[in-house]
Write a protein that binds this ligand. Structure first.
Ligand SMILES: *[C@@H]1O[C@H](CO)[C@@H](O)[C@H](O)[C@H]1NC(C)=O
Ligand SMILES: *[C@@H]1O[C@H](CO)[C@@H](O)[C@H](O)[C@H]1NC(C)=O
Ligand SMILES: *[C@@H]1O[C@H](CO)[C@@H](O)[C@H](O)[C@H]1NC(C)=O
Ligand SMILES: [Cu+2]
Length: 316
């Protein structure tokens, strides 16, 4: 009995070490403040977009024949069912953005991670000032890859990008956007789903399960479908093809952070939500392991319930 429990303790300890070997950490004493992309000056914005382009010149770190840029898409699209409409949605994307920022750093970007605060644009999204910086809507020129048609970007720093995947298929194509509200192009781009008023309503949800569900389905989902439309990269599971994906998810992370900050005692521990989609009644726990398919070691949800710890060191 004694022997057995000692043995299981040892194996627990070594399993933990395997899951995430790390240095003796000094923790996070000087957190970096993340900022809205448009508050950076033109030089810093260009350093960011240049670093994004640089990812597409680096080899895969997970053994694919495509680039580091495509690693993010590949992992996201293969994990699609595990990381959406479940408890893991917010913590998984929190760490995914962190890994992206860290690779941008290796590509020369020295600034903080940036977010796109689309509440500022919700009144008329198609006229947002963000498009002047990241390029605008796709144009008339389309391209087919697999069975999908893509509306290629016509301007901006990402015009030349050619992502390698569509959903899980190898299907190199032009980076594309298709502003669409489901009825008109561009229409209102579903702005009311991500207005300041809508975000205020969602922020009043008082448990994680409700908060995650509303945040994911309404503003998060609407931005994906309104920017991606039918012929754009932002909509499908391969949406990390679209550089805006990361600024969008940083904004989602920011909203979760603000919600957590308003009651940290409870909300930095609350992950009580369905573990599987469709819901089979199983509830997630802080001990659940989140997979990253070799981009980084897998981690437990508990490791990133705050943004100031061994793995993360930022505030908003
Ligand atoms: C390692 O961590 C322990 C406990 O936090 C701390 O007391 C010690 O000073 C650290 N050692 C180094 C070399 O940082
Ligand atoms: C890369 O791998 C895919 C399969 O994932 C294959 O279809 C494609 O031809 C390969 N490309 C090159 C350049 O080897
Ligand atoms: C969250 O709150 C909603 C509304 O009050 C409630 O219906 C639901 O059961 C709660 N969920 C959990 C997991 O506590
Ligand atoms: Cu996602």
């Amino acid at each position: 009995m004694h022997f057995l429990s000692l043995l299981s303790m040892i194996s627990l300890v070594s399993a933990a070490a395997l899951i995430h070997p790390r240095q003796n950490s000094t923790g996070c004493t000087n957190p970096e403040k993340r900022v809205e992309f448009r508050t950076l000056d033109a030089v810093a914005q260009k350093q960011y977009t240049d670093a994004v382009m640089c990812l597409s010149t680096k080899p895969s770190t997970i053994g694919l024949n495509t680039t580091l840029y495509d690693d993010f898409t590949y992992i996201h699209t293969h994990l699609n069912e595990l990381i959406h409409y479940v408890a893991m949605f917010l913590p998984w994307h929190r760490y995914f953005v962190q890994l992206y920022h860290s690779h941008l750093g290796d590509c020369g970007y020295t600034g903080p991670m940036v977010y796109w605060d689309w509440t500022l644009d919700a009144a008329d999204p198609a006229k947002s000032s963000i498009w002047a910086v990241v390029g605008g809507n796709g144009g008339e020129k389309t391209e087919k890859a697999g069975n999908q048609e893509f509306s290629c970007l016509t301007d901006g720093p990402f015009k030349g990008l050619r992502p390698a995947y569509f959903q899980t298929a190898y299907a190199p194509h032009c980076l594309s956007r298709d502003f669409f509200d489901g009825i008109d192009r561009p229409g209102n781009m579903r702005g009311s789903a991500y207005s300041a008023e809508q975000i205020q309503i969602i922020s009043e949800k008082n448990n994680y399960s409700d908060y995650r569900l509303y945040l994911e389905s309404i503003p998060h989902g609407s931005i994906h479908s309104a920017v991606g439309g039918e012929k754009g990269d932002m909509r499908p599971s391969s949406s990390p093809n679209e550089p805006l994906f990361f600024m969008h998810h940083t904004q989602i992370d920011r909203l979760w952070y603000l919600w957590q900050q308003s009651n940290p005692e409870l909300r930095e521990k609350d992950i009580k939500d369905q573990k599987f989609n469709p819901d089979d009644g199983t509830i997630a726990t802080l001990e659940d392991i989140m997979p990253f398919m070799g981009l980084a070691a897998d981690i437990k949800i508990s490791e990133i319930m705050t943004t100031q710890n061994d793995l993360l060191c930022y505030i908003y």
